[in-house]
Design a protein around this ligand. Structure first.
Ligand SMILES: [Zn+2]
Length: 109
């Protein structure tokens, strides 16, 4: 399973993406390209909401330039299938939801 960033970097596994939790007030995590010299950097986002002190997944998506690039490389069906699986892996395996809770509580003090 390989998708590619328009910068040329191949991403074989969802674990290769960098996750950046900066937009605390918006409850949003940026999905970044693993290539530090990437000219796009932000490839997508994960949004969540906090309910009773626990973060709940809300929505996630890759941005159009990244999606479009992979559609031209892999074909529409294959690209959508792989990107969807990568989002799923990110949400279920690689986002540290417990740490998000801590970050939220620290912010409120
Ligand atoms: Zn890139």
């Amino acid at each position: 399973m390989t998708v590619q960033c328009p910068c040329g970097r191949y991403i074989e596994n969802a674990s290769e993406f960098k996750l950046l939790f900066l937009k605390k007030e918006q409850n949003e995590i940026d999905i970044l390209c693993p290539n530090e010299n990437c000219y796009i950097r932000e490839l997508g986002y994960i949004k969540f909401e906090v309910k009773e002190g626990k973060p709940k997944f809300k929505e996630a998506s890759f941005y159009p330039p990244f999606v479009t690039w992979n559609v031209t490389q892999l074909g529409k069906d294959e690209a959508q299938r792989q990107l969807k699986q990568m989002l799923k892996d990110l949400i279920t395996k690689y986002v540290d939801w417990d740490r998000l809770v801590l970050a939220e509580q620290t912010q409120q003090k």
